[in-house]
Design a protein around this ligand. Structure first.
Ligand code: AQP
Length: 328
């Protein structure tokens, strides 16, 4: 059976881009794969320095993962720091990737530029090595992610291939899997930039826990394009195409088909907002229920970590043996 693995960082409130690009794929595909899904709190440490924030965000994010429909009897849902093999294989990966490869990662360039003059953790630079370890530990064939993760999956493949040729066949070489629509949801106020937790303002972000009035207001204020034709054309009509793609991802239709039903921007904005409200409504209700029983959430995560650890420990041992470390 195909093995899938994907993570989300507890670096802020989860938004519609995270959901349509990644989380929704995890739930929709969970019965067709052996899925490992989690909260990568070690990665969040690259940009978070306030005590307790990562832990608080992790609980909320875990509740979201169950609220979207990940079934703990079907998928393994866990927190990265609960499985120490991630950090252990992460170091090995740092020794398999080169400084030059890490220097070319656009996410490092973007995130370090945003933090100019501030503390820039070395972990922000070596992050792709830990991410490679996350994926390779589980022999994942597929990594369901949004389009912004393409370069990270490419470097993971390069690392796996290099390790296998240096130390013998050890890791499965994974591939990225992206949804047909929603792989790159753009900021509603700046449709040329991706919707991102670390955006300067949240006016263009739809959070998964935003109330219906806020969601509708943000859609009504979405920036559109200069002429008034409703047409799916990402290059020349980024604002309208983003709305069409969001509505398509929320309803399972195609953006072109949706565009054919509109002659004005106003109704498109309202209908897209309403489709998103209906998509998020049951998730928000389940989230609120789950957050009232923290003991149950912790129990679910403990059992997820135990399952994840069994797989991760076997892969780490295989890697150590193939490297030829002296056995204990
Ligand atoms: N705008 C987006 N459209 C589609 N998919 C997206 N993802 C993120 N933004 C979009 C996907 O969400 C998953 C989890 O993302 P992450 O938390 O690991 O970090 P990220 O990719 O760096 O996402 P953000 O929201 O932009 O966070 P910050 O601001 O912390 O960098 C991934 O599969 C990602 O592709």
């Amino acid at each position: 059976m195909t093995r899938a693995l994907s993570f989300i960082q507890p670096t802020g409130d989860v938004h519609l881009g995270n959901f349509l690009g990644a989380l929704n794929q995890w739930t929709l595909g969970q019965h067709d794969v052996d899925g490992f899904y989690g909260v990568c709190d070690l990665h969040a440490l690259t940009v978070t320095d306030t005590p307790s924030v990562i832990g608080q965000n992790t609980v909320k994010l875990a509740a979201i993962l169950f609220a979207i429909g990940l079934d703990p009897d079907v998928s393994t849902v866990f927190v990265q720091s609960h499985v120490p093999e991630h950090a252990q294989l992460g170091w090995v990966m740092e020794c398999i990737v080169s400084f030059g490869e890490l220097s070319r990662m656009t996410q490092f360039k973007d995130k370090s530029a945003k933090r100019e003059g501030e503390f820039i953790a070395a972990g922000l630079f070596t992050y792709p090595a830990l991410m490679a370890a996350d994926i390779l530990l589980y022999d994942a064939n597929e990594v369901p992610v949004g389009d912004d993760q393409r370069q990270h999956i490419e470097i993971t493949r390069d690392i796996a291939i290099r390790f296998n040729s240096r130390f013998g066949d050890t890791f499965v070489v994974p591939k990225a899997v992206m949804p047909k629509t929603g792989a790159r949801v753009m900021d509603l106020q700046d449709p040329t930039s991706k919707m991102s937790k670390s955006a300067a303002t949240d006016n263009g972000l739809i959070y998964m826990l935003d109330d219906p009035t806020t969601i509708l207001k943000k859609f009504k204020r979405a920036v559109t394009d200069s002429d008034s034709e409703v047409r799916y054309d990402r290059e020349n009509k980024p604002g309208i195409s983003n709305l069409l793609e969001i509505q398509a991802a929320a309803t399972g239709r195609s953006p072109e088909d949706i565009a054919a039903g509109y002659t004005q921007y106003g109704p498109l904005k309202v209908d897209t907002g309403e489709a998103v409200i209906e998509l998020l409504r049951p998730i928000q209700a389940r989230y609120n229920e789950l957050m009232t029983d923290r003991a149950q959430l912790s129990a679910l995560l403990r059992s997820g970590a135990a399952k994840a650890r069994a797989t991760a420990a076997a892969t780490l041992e295989r890697a150590y043996n193939n490297i030829g470390f002296l056995p204990l």
